[in-house]
Ligand binder design. Structure first.
Ligand code: RRO
Length: 303
């Protein structure tokens, strides 16, 4: 079957891409898996100023999934732009840059500068990092969310993808705000706020205390939110959250997602994304579909 698909104006060879922060590539260590196999590559969020990120411990395995409080270590705009030009410009597959900021003005600067880079096929606006020091998360505040997306929209004509947070009461409201503020696509979910405690040290395992939970445990939560949002917006939706196998990715497509992102599983199995792409193709062939676009939204009961 044909895996080619559209994400808005972006043409993808398949609907599978890494979740931001969960994939890197080193041309000098070229291994068995080349990123050009992917529908797109999504890079780790960059901030305007260089940052070290949070204090350790900032990554922990728990029986329920992975917890992180990385806190966006970043080369800053200038450092990121250099890496973009020297490394990521070598790829044939579309490169999606992710930006994170502390104010609408900072989002606008990053979007203006990176939106004009020829290597950047689209900008993912990370409005939902759960691990920053100030604690204000645009995707959790309707007013700030609108301001940030509008600021980015005014700053660039590049395709913009709003990355939303699951840590909200009304995900449909947040998606609708993003759409009306000018987002060309919606991506959800980011990690779910969580904590683990070391009972012998009698303190949280993560240096920051709380972090973001990811992995298979969050998939049904993500799937429900993606299903709801797909029923409420016209722009394409990227589904992400706990996708570990082809079956998970297929469920998000059936729910209405136009593409999927794969995160935590890649740390355990670096070839997971390739297996998911192969598995989607096998499913389509065995079910008699000629194109992946034929199954998008098929599980919906509202159409
Ligand atoms: O760097 C992080 O701590 C981080 C980010 Br920016 C994010 O968007 N989601 C996450 O789980 N961790």
């Amino acid at each position: 079957a044909d895996l080619r698909c559209q994400l808005g104006r972006l043409s993808l060879k398949n609907p599978v891409m890494p979740a931001s922060g969960c994939f890197d590539w080193y041309p000098e260590h070229d291994g068995p898996f080349h990123p050009d196999e992917l529908g797109a590559v999504v890079l780790k969020s960059t901030t305007l100023q260089p940052r070290d990120g949070n204090i350790p411990i900032r990554l922990a395995e728990t029986p329920s999934g992975m917890l992180n409080a990385i806190g966006i270590p970043s080369y800053g705009l200038e450092g990121f732009r250099t890496i973009l030009r020297e490394k990521w410009s070598r790829l044939k597959t579309p490169v999606i840059a992710s930006i994170s900021a502390f104010t609408p003005e900072e989002y606008a600067i990053l979007a203006r500068e990176l939106g004009k880079e020829p290597t950047v096929a689209a900008l993912e606006i990370n409005l939902s990092c759960p691990n920053l020091e100030h604690g204000v998360i645009p995707a959790q505040d309707p007013v700030l969310l609108r301001e940030c997306v509008e600021a980015v929209r005014e700053a660039t004509e590049a395709m913009i993808i709003a990355k939303l947070s699951p840590n909200v009461t009304d995900i449909v409201e947040m998606a609708s705000i993003s759409e009306s503020a000018g987002a060309d696509a919606i991506c959800l979910i980011n990690s779910i706020r969580g904590m683990e405690i070391d009972i012998w040290k009698k303190k949280p395992i993560l240096g920051r205390g709380t972090g973001g939970l990811s992995g298979p445990a969050i998939k049904p939560i993500a799937l429900a939110m993606v299903y709801e949002v797909c029923g409420a917006v016209k722009v394409p939706v990227i589904g992400v959250g706990g996708i570990s196998r082809a079956e998970d990715a297929i469920a998000f497509l059936l729910a209405g997602a136009s593409a999927v992102q794969v995160g935590t599983i890649s740390f355990r199995d670096p070839l997971a994304m390739r297996k998911i792409i192969t598995g989607i193709r096998e499913y389509l062939d065995s079910e008699g579909y000629t194109s992946v676009t034929d199954i998008i939204g098929l599980a919906r009961t509202d159409t």
